[in-house]
Design a protein around this ligand. Structure first.
Ligand SMILES: Nc1nc2c(c(=O)[nH]1)N[C@H]1C(S)=C(S)[C@@H](COP(=O)(O)OP(=O)(O)OC[C@H]3O[C@@H](n4cnc5c(=O)[nH]c(N)nc54)[C@H](O)[C@@H]3O)O[C@H]1N2
Ligand SMILES: Nc1nc2c(c(=O)[nH]1)N[C@H]1C(S)=C(S)[C@@H](COP(=O)(O)OP(=O)(O)OC[C@H]3O[C@@H](n4cnc5c(=O)[nH]c(N)nc54)[C@H](O)[C@@H]3O)O[C@H]1N2
Ligand code: SF4
Ligand SMILES: [Mo]
Length: 758
């Protein structure tokens, strides 16, 4: 493919972007997006990649693998969405022209937006930035290996760390944690700390297992889905097909979201072309509740109370299969309706009506995403959902259960592989046996703790396996300062991002190009959000003259340089088949990994999907616990310095979320017409708040947070609950101070107090 070759003079081809239509989600624009993408110059290569036997790069719903690029684990065809095309398109860009790094100073590169960083192209040779220099410069791999090994060879293992983002393989993840744990270091920060950690911890407390207890097949037996705090039409489009089918079966979809997301009302899926094209899409929500942001614990407590009052709690089931129910029932009975409705802003009638619909369902799946976890009480939110599932008898049978909708395509695999500061006991014991000695008991740094330790000068060396640690954290200025106190940072990445230019280390920053999933020259595996382990076939890259490395090769080389040949032959870990052997031996639930190279048989991680109500807790019973209502009062304008004379404004609870055209910190498209937000410097506000504050639609205002301000933000009236506002991440991350859930360390990205003034 000529256009995909790394010719330095070729301008990068922008990835194909989906056009939009504001009236519903999906529909014609998606079909048109497919057509445009596949007719683009990189179209043939794109199709080749879509058909490659590897899992989609984008979300953890997971599509592709041994069944071919378009099929899911049940073998159903046509299950690939346009988001995966967006992700592949970006990876098929030509290499960053050599002149970019030779010619542009860091000061210039720091001016680039997230989209512009990504559009520079693919990284194809190792680079280094040395303190005092104005530029990134080329460096040889031999020198890189030497520098990184020197940085991690330390008598103080608590002063080194890693951060990872769930796009890499299970094999790379396993190696990363093994090499750090063998050093005596538990500082394995991961993007899940900013994402679903409250789900892992909350579900772990209730059921003894922190992942979804529902698989795809089971979901297809549900007649009710409660979808909370998820914008699935944009972020997990494939899930929409399941919701469409469920509605077709006569099932009920209850959506809980302060924002009336267009695609959650109606969605046109290309998998249902006739309805999608001629009927304006399929109806999704049977009921739509718009609570106050951060109040979901109150919503679920209200549903529990209404279920109890209408006699719809199966106490016989609960008494046998749960513990702690007495205290929970006492909380439900003892909490007055007024406290619940004041906290969540929904009426008793709304909650009672919803509970009646729930009680009428035979089997309900409770599914949620960041609207639940990105709160100072994220873990409690998750526990409130899990309590509701148990009390209503919707656990551990076909079509019923709890389903956190995972983010990155292999983020769950990273957790399974032990890239976590909450290592589970069975895996600890297995690793200790493998390494022949006890692991360090010093608690590791999760992502927020890592930033705080770095800020104190407590971190010397950091290895980043993908991601954008700078861009993903709250309080961007603090993140930048903290990273700047680390001596050496090595970023392994496929494409440049803002973090590579703003997150510079004190002495040296290495920027190292890696193969992505469909290019890696050896087999790899990943795990979906529904516990399905996929096998990716080897691939090749279009960057033929590049110097890319496989992540496994890089980590095995580092491990060998640090640990030599003891107690395992670290260089043998260059062979991913051997890594899979170790995974099968040491990772609970991964026994079937042992034969996967020979059998090519993908599998479900064992012990995660409960078919009967015997949970993974010591007693086998679900552990119910009370869930305190959150205190959601917003500060006064004076907290932010107040309004200037003649200024108008108001304090709002800001949700920071993804637009329809971005993948996390990487922006593909500036606008979001589904929400009527034409560019990224916008704030979605309710018309009622415009009237109350005296501000005008489309006025440019200042948004003042506790850590920083953004000026020139356009006010966009939209279907959002009064009192709440929505802006796009990562730009909004300058605004917020890091306020984290004490149980999981996850920041409150969805309830950021701000003063809007103009
Ligand atoms: N295309 C695309 N796909 C992606 C990603 C991407 O960036 N782009 N990112 C991936 C990753 S890592 C993740 S974690 C997921 C994220 O997937 P989502 O969680 O769907 O993403 P967000 O944009 O954070 O949107 C969260 C939703 O929660 C709602 N919400 C906000 N606050 C509250 C609240 O207090 N209560 C309730 N009930 N709802 C609330 C918001 O209005 C919004 O609709 O997507 C994954 N897939
Ligand atoms: N305000 C606010 N902040 C948030 C959120 C929010 O909703 N609001 N969401 C949070 C959430 S849920 C998450 S998960 C984090 C995301 O945080 P991260 O995971 O840290 O960020 P990403 O933007 O997904 O990282 C993208 C980069 O990964 C690299 N990459 C891509 N593929 C590969 C690969 O195969 N290998 C390697 N080594 N690198 C690769 C590319 O260089 C790309 O630029 O952000 C969090 N931050
Ligand atoms: S739903 Fe997720 S995994 Fe499936 S094709 Fe779309 S982005 Fe990829
Ligand atoms: Mo995420």
């Amino acid at each position: 493919m000529a256009s995909a070759d790394p010719a330095p003079s070729t301008p990068p081809t922008p990835p194909p972007a989906a056009p939009e239509d504001a009236s519903s989600g999906g529909g014609w624009p998606l079909i048109d997006g497919w057509a445009r993408a596949t007719l683009s110059p990189s179209g043939p290569r794109l199709w080749q990649t879509l058909n490659h036997k590897s899992a989609c790069l984008s979300c953890a719903w997971g599509t592709g693998g041994q069944n071919g690029g378009f099929r899911d684990e049940l073998g159903e065809p046509l299950q690939r969405c346009l988001k995966s095309v967006e992700a592949i398109g970006a990876e098929l860009q030509p290499a960053v022209p050599a002149e970019v790094f030779a010619g542009r100073s860091l000061a210039e590169l720091q001016q680039l937006s997230s989209a512009a960083c990504d559009r520079l192209g693919r990284l194809d040779r190792p680079l280094i930035h040395r303190a005092g220099s104005t530029h990134y410069e080329p460096i040889s791999w031999e020198e890189v290996h030497g520098l990184v090994a020197e940085a991690f060879r330390t008598p103080a293992p608590e002063r080194v760390a890693s951060y990872s983002s769930g796009r890499s393989s299970n094999e790379a993840a396993y190696l990363l944690q093994l090499l750090l744990r063998a050093l005596g270091c538990n500082n394995l920060a991961d993007c899940s700390d900013l994402c679903h950690a409250p789900s892992t911890i909350g579900l772990g407390r209730v059921f003894g297992s922190g992942t979804s207890m529902v698989n795809l097949e089971s979901l297809q037996h549900a007649d009710g889905v409660v979808l909370v705090g998820s914008n699935a039409p944009a972020n997990h489009p494939r899930l929409m097909n399941e919701l469409i089918r469920l509605r077709e079966r006569g099932g009920t979809v209850i959506v809980i979201n302060p924002v009336l997301e267009a695609g959650l009302l109606k969605f046109g899926s290309p998998a249902f072309p006739v309805r999608s094209m001629l009927g304006g899409g399929s109806e999704i929500a049977s009921l739509f509740l718009q609570p106050i942001p951060g109040s979901d614990t109150a919503v679920f407590l209200g549903l529990q109370k209404a279920l109890l009052e209408r006699g719809a709690i199966d106490l016989a089931f609960v008494k046998v299969h749960a513990e702690g129910w007495q205290e929970l029932i006492a909380q439900i009975e003892g909490t007055p309706w007024e406290a619940i409705t004041a906290c969540c802003g929904l009426s008793r009638e709304e909650l009672e009506h919803t509970a009646a619909r729930l009680a009428a369902c035979r089997a309900v799946v409770f599914a949620w995403a960041m609207g639940i976890t990105h709160h100072a009480n994220g873990t409690t939110n998750v526990q409130a959902i899990a309590n509701t599932a148990v009390l209503s008898g919707n656990v551990a049978r076909p079509g019923a259960g709890t389903m956190p909708i995972r983010g990155h395509s292999n983020v769950q695999g990273f957790g399974s592989m032990g890239v976590t500061v909450h290592l589970r006991e069975p895996m600890r014991l297995a690793l200790e046996q493998l390494l022949g000695r006890p692991l360090s008991r010093t608690p590791g740094y999760d992502t927020r703790a890592l930033i705080e330790a770095a800020e104190r000068g407590g971190v010397d060396s950091l290895l980043c396996l993908g991601g954008n640690l700078f861009g993903a954290n709250p309080n961007s200025r603090q993140a930048q300062g903290a990273l700047g106190r680390i001596d050496t940072i090595a970023y392994l990445a496929t494409k440049p991002n803002t973090g590579h230019f703003h997150g510079l280390a004190a002495r040296q920053t290495l920027l190292l190009p890696v193969f992505n999933r469909f290019e890696t020259p050896h087999r790899t595996t990943v795990e979906s959000g529904n516990n399905w382990v996929r096998l990716n076939e080897p691939g090749s890259t279009h960057l033929r003259s590049g110097q890319l490395i496989s992540e496994v090769a890089f980590l095995a080389e580092l491990a060998h340089r640090l640990h030599g040949d003891t107690p395992i032959d670290w260089r043998r870990l260059q062979d991913p088949v051997y890594v899979r052997e170790l995974i099968a031996r040491t990772v609970p639930g991964y026994e079937a990994m042992a034969g996967i190279d020979a059998s090519k048989r993908e599998f479900e991680v064992s012990g995660r999907v409960f078919h009967e109500p015997r949970f993974a807790t010591p007693s086998g019973r679900a552990q119910l616990a009370v869930t305190p209502l959150p205190e959601l009062r917003l500060p006064e304008p004076e907290h932010f310095g107040g309004l200037a004379p003649g200024e108008r404004g108001l304090v709002l609870s800001l949700i920071t979320a993804r637009s329809y055209g971005q993948h996390n910190t990487v922006v593909y498209k500036p606008g979001d017409s589904y929400r009527g937000m034409p560019h990224r410097q916008t704030l979605l506000i309710s018309p009622a708040d415009l009237v109350a504050s005296g501000l005008a639609a489309h006025q440019r205002v200042t948004v003042q947070g506790e850590a920083g301000a953004l000026e020139g933000i356009e006010l966009i009236p939209g279907s959002i609950r009064p009192g709440a506002a929505l802006m796009f991440y990562p730009e909004a991350n300058v605004l917020m101070r890091a306020v984290s859930d004490p149980h999981s360390g996850t920041p409150a990205f969805k309830r950021v107090p701000v003063l809007v003034r103009g």
